[in-house]
Design a protein around this ligand. Structure first.
Ligand SMILES: [Fe+2]
Length: 402
């Protein structure tokens, strides 16, 4: 039965009849299933009567959202507005043929998505068929159409699209879950390292804030130096471990209030090697950066530091943490010394530019000072890091006091 006859035919046939019954055929084979009824179908055909009849057929089969466009030059705009799930496309049209329409709508299709195009044509030789497939056609219908064939092919194409969309949805869910898990793993690493840094600071700093402040100030300097967001985030988390090697320094030396003897000073210097050893062979980037920082944060730009490295031979993270560490130590009270004022400490850092410190790092430190954020660091810190769980303070949270 031709589809136009089918449409005009006896739709209200006695459904109890044993005779072949187009209603039966429609409901059992070609009719839209519940999940397909809201899929949008766009028909582009210059023969208005054809397109209208096809629309009617699809509506009767249960599809709620079917539109047609008779001017192929308008197809692209119509496609973008209507966002169909299926394009039924006549191949032979004036002004712009079906191939032209396929080209025109391509930019509006989702990247990598399965989008079905059902090509309608009166004659379909092998070359045209191959070209249509290459351009994105998924199936063909040759005129005159069989109503049942039209509906079955459309249903199959929409079922395939439905499966692809479901798969994409599942993939996106999976990606979100993987991201959540990765994030949780990263947070766990951060928290464990934070607590390791606290353990190292325990005898030296009763608030546990020093290590964290060095992390934040290092990240702010790194930001002024123009480092990437990823690098800044790593420095923020790795820098607090700079003195982890102090775990290996005896109390009698670490907490001594009087001046250290040369041999005691040698023991203190060994904290860089102990720290690097504790952190060595890390399997993730954060640990590897922490190891570099632990080993090099007492190097001097002029080569006069613990290991005698100089200039750019000292890893940048070591040069950054050198400034942040010294600034924070000299502006903090300790049982054996009083804190220096912010102005004096900044002047001291400036004085040591090119000798102790990398001039570029000092310039970035001064930019942090000028922005007012240096004073913002202590304001966001909890009074002590030794109780409860603390959210990681990020450089973005540091603002100049108003
Ligand atoms: Fe140190």
């Amino acid at each position: 039965m031709q589809w136009k006859e089918f449409l005009e035919g006896p739709w209200t046939l006695d459904r109890a009849s044993d005779a072949w019954n187009p209603w039966e055929m429609m409901t059992t084979l070609g009719a839209a299933t519940e999940s397909l009824k809201d899929f949008r179908i766009l028909i582009v055909d210059d023969e208005e009567s054809n397109a209208e009849a096809l629309c009617k057929l699809l509506h009767r089969a249960g599809y709620r959202d079917v539109e047609f466009e008779k001017d192929p030059r308008e197809a692209s705009k119509r496609f973008a507005e209507f966002r169909p799930d299926l394009l039924v496309l006549d191949l032979h049209m004036p002004h712009l043929d079906g191939f032209g329409v396929m080209d025109a709508v391509r930019p509006h299709r989702g990247e990598g998505e399965y989008f079905p195009i059902l090509v309608l044509t009166g004659d379909l030789d092998d070359d045209i068929r191959t070209r249509a497939l290459a351009e994105g056609a998924k199936d063909f219908l040759t005129k005159p159409f069989e109503a049942s064939e039209v509906l079955l092919r459309i249903k199959t194409l929409l079922e395939t699209r439905s499966l692809h969309l479901e798969l994409q949805k599942q993939n996106r869910k999976l990606e979100v879950r993987v991201m959540d898990r990765t994030r949780a793993l990263y947070d766990a690493q951060t928290e464990i390292l934070f607590r390791l840094a606290l353990a190292a600071e325990y005898r030296d700093d009763v608030t546990g804030q020093h290590a964290e402040r060095v992390g934040i100030l290092s990240a702010l300097i790194a930001g002024e130096l123009g480092l990437s967001e990823d690098a800044i985030a790593l420095i923020r988390r790795a820098a607090p471990l700079h003195d982890v090697g102090k775990i290996g320094i005896p109390d009698s030396i670490l907490m001594k209030r009087s001046a250290l003897t040369p041999s005691e000073f040698e023991v203190v210097r060994s904290h860089v090697d102990i720290g690097a050893k504790i952190l060595s062979g890390g399997s993730f980037e954060l640990l590897r950066m922490a190891e570099v920082i632990a080993r090099t944060h007492h190097e001097r730009w002029d080569g006069g530091g613990y290991k005698g490295m100089a200039g750019e031979d000292i890893p940048l993270v070591g040069r950054i943490v050198a400034v942040a560490d010294v600034y924070d130590v000299i502006t903090s009270d300790r049982p054996y010394k009083q804190a220096m004022s912010r102005e004096k400490a900044v002047a001291r850092i400036q004085q040591d530019e090119g000798a102790h410190f990398d001039p570029a790092v000092v310039a970035s430190f001064l930019s942090v000072v000028e922005s007012g954020r240096l004073d913002g660091i202590r304001r966001v810190m909890p009074a002590t890091m030794f109780s409860g769980r603390h959210e990681l303070v990020t450089p973005q949270q540091i603002v100049a006091p108003s």
